[in-house]
Design a protein around this ligand. Structure first.
Ligand code: FMN
Length: 384
């Protein structure tokens, strides 16, 4: 239904309007009595085999919605009914902000990609609290936090702490988004001093709380290997709980879309299929460098259920999708979950077969008898 009806309708609209319409339709589900229940029955895949225990939380399945879709936490329960195992809201900033001038999101259908330079428009902390304090019926919510564009970089830590402190009781985990504009070069934000300047006050605040809220760092796919290793080292050396890898990329390499077309679009972060390889590499690198001991949420270019499996194989504990949702529609979450179930099923069938083969082989082996030689065994087992 999405591919035949909804997608042509949404793709006929400018992408920002399509996004608003999609959110409105989702929220409408919540206004209809029994709407969420019905959507859940039609879309969500419930199976204990999908559940994952990550940073002390039990996720109903490993497939989350990436930041930037439900920026203000307007449709968290409805997204849960669609089958998402968790929803990351934001990027939130302390004060409301408009973001960059329009147009600021672009589809690249030939590449199954999207370029975004929204500049993190959102309604600010107060509005987010109003939304997130409502009952969520168990939907796990991460808050992606950033600084206002008008806050000077050397005062950024104050913005993060304000959001963290005020949202602490409403979020299940936090994702720290460094940098404030997806149209700009954020390289300088990955120095150890800058990152710790933001993270340390959050660790200090958390130490005084009764409840524990995991803190993850959302990283860019454009990090050099050295910067990626620095992130992994921070993971090992500080109370940082994990990473969300990755954000969109500034790279335009290897696209089918013409250079003229991408030049016309201008700067911005690209999400979707062309990002997949880099996101996988970065997840694998951080996973290996940190000894596989820290949770990673893998995101970037996951456009098919097989991509999701590859991301989990690369070391991710959970995954998130964004552009995949735009191109595949809401049924994508269920498709991924079913694929994971059938893969797990195949895996356990394979393991069971291996185990029974091992048992049969062990049963066929004669018990150890020092008085007999292998030759004796062979001749005795042969038919006369
Ligand atoms: C339209 C759009 C808006 C986004 N907004 C945000 C945002 O506000 N904060 C953030 O951390 N990431 C944002 N992202 C990045 C996504 O969360 C995700 O990391 C990235 O797009 C890679 O995943 P994908 O290939 O599945 O799209 C946005 C992405 C898109 C396409």
């Amino acid at each position: 239904m999405y591919n035949r009806i909804l997608r042509p309708l949404l793709f006929a609209l400018p992408i920002e309007q399509a996004h608003r319409l999609a959110l409105l339709l989702l929220r409408a589900v919540g206004w209809i009595p029994g709407g969420r229940w019905l959507v859940d029955k039609c879309c969500a895949e419930h199976d204990p085999a999908l559940e994952r225990e990550v940073f002390g939380r039990r996720f109903p399945n490993p497939v989350g919605l990436a930041a930037g879709f439900d920026r203000n936490g307007e449709a968290v329960r409805e997204l849960g009914a669609l089958g998402f195992g968790f929803v990351e809201v934001g990027t939130l900033t302390p004060r409301p902000q408009e973001g960059n001038p329009r147009p600021r999101i672009f589809r690249l259908p030939k590449d199954r990609a999207v370029v975004d330079r929204l500049g993190y428009p959102n309604r600010g902390l107060e509005r987010a609290i109003q939304r997130l304090r409502r009952p969520r019926h168990g939907v796990i919510v991460g808050c992606n936090i950033g600084r206002n564009a008008s806050t000077p970089p050397d005062e950024a830590a104050g913005d993060y702490l304000k959001l963290f402190r005020n949202l602490y009781q409403y979020a299940d985990y936090f994702s720290v988004k460094v940098g404030c504009d997806n149209a700009s070069n954020e390289r300088s934000t990955y120095t150890r001093a800058y990152l710790l300047g933001i993270l340390n006050p959050l660790f200090d605040f958390r130490r005084g709380q009764n409840q524990y809220r995991p803190i993850l760092l959302k990283v860019s796919p454009d990090l050099t290997d050295e910067e990626a290793d620095r992130v992994a080292d921070i993971l090992i050396e500080t109370p940082l709980d994990g990473v969300v890898a990755t954000d969109g990329t500034r790279s335009r390499e290897g696209l089918r879309t013409s250079v003229e077309a991408t030049d016309e679009i201008g700067p911005g972060r690209l999400g979707g299929a062309p990002l997949r390889q880099r996101a996988l590499e970065l997840v694998r690198r951080i996973h290996t460098r940190s000894g596989g001991a820290y949770p990673i949420i893998g995101v970037g270019g996951l456009m098919t259920p097989a991509d999701v499996r590859a991301m989990l194989d690369a070391g991710a504990d959970l995954v998130q999708i964004h552009t995949g949702l735009i191109y595949n529609g809401p049924g994508f979450v269920r498709d991924i979950c079913r694929e994971l179930l059938s893969y797990d099923g195949e895996l356990s069938a394979m393991r069971a077969a291996e185990a029974s083969m091992r048992e049969e082989a062990a049963a066929a082996m004669p018990s150890a008898d020092p008085g007999r030689t292998p030759g004796d065994d062979l001749s005795s087992s042969e038919p006369s």
